[in-house]
Design a protein around this ligand. Structure first.
Ligand code: GAR
Length: 205
């Protein structure tokens, strides 16, 4: 099973969804740049492996080297960003190329960056949503692996819209990560399990 490392900075509700709905992958480490993050407290209470380190005082390069070391020591193969609010350096992205995914609260390529819900409402969009995408050097710019949509309602505020989108994030992210991490053998097994039973018939001649 693919070993996944989750990076978060805050509440960690997407991390919880990834832990609770893990299928085809296992969560090998939950790491944070905010030692006081609620998501880290939740993971610790459950006895899940965690690593928390603030970059304050040590600088970005040393901080990322420590995160990288912790991920490799835990045998992590794929990194899932879940509300990780710090930009990864080009070097870090290059070292994990094609193996970092992120969830972003908009229908990419619309609204890269912050304040996605306020921007969708201000633009008068009828639908909003979330995207899981590959992480590249370009902010929120890598290939989209999956999306989910919700309607924008006439009296929505950024908060009410965020809540509706977040519920979809919790369904979308575990599903897309399962598909992304599935090995060819896992894929065959899933297909075989979905096939109807074929009765053995005696062959003639
Ligand atoms: C989520 O809505 C996630 O999509 C967003 O932060 C929130 C984290 O919530 N991520 C970004 O904006 C990344 N650019 P969570 O900590 O409860 O998962």
């Amino acid at each position: 099973m693919t070993r996944v490392g989750i990076l978060l900075s805050g509440r960690g509700s997407n991390m919880r969804a990834l832990v609770e709905q893990a299928r085809g992958y296992e969560v090998a480490l939950i790491a944070s740049d905010k030692p006081e993050a609620a998501g880290i407290a939740w993971a610790r209470e459950r006895g899940l492996p965690t690593f928390a380190l603030s970059p304050k005082g040590i600088g970005k390069a040393a901080f990322e080297a420590e995160i990288d070391r912790a991920l490799r020591e835990a045998g992590v193969e794929v990194i899932a960003l879940a509300g990780y609010m710090r930009l990864l350096s080009d070097d870090f992205v290059a070292r994990w190329r094609g193996r970092i995914v992120n969830i972003h609260p908009s229908l990419l390529p619309r609204y890269k960056g912050l304040d996605t819900h306020a921007r969708a409402i201000a633009a008068g969009d009828a639908v909003a949503g979330c995207s899981v995408h590959l992480v590249t050097e370009e902010l929120d710019g890598g290939a989209v692996l999956g999306q989910a949509q919700v309607p924008v309602l006439p009296d929505d505020t950024p908060e009410t819209l965020a809540e509706r989108v977040l519920a979809e994030e919790h369904r979308l992210y575990p599903r897309v990560l399962s598909e992304f991490t599935m090995t060819p053998l896992d894929r065959l097994r899933t297909l075989a399990a979905a096939l109807p039973e074929v009765e053995e018939r005696p062959s003639h001649g």
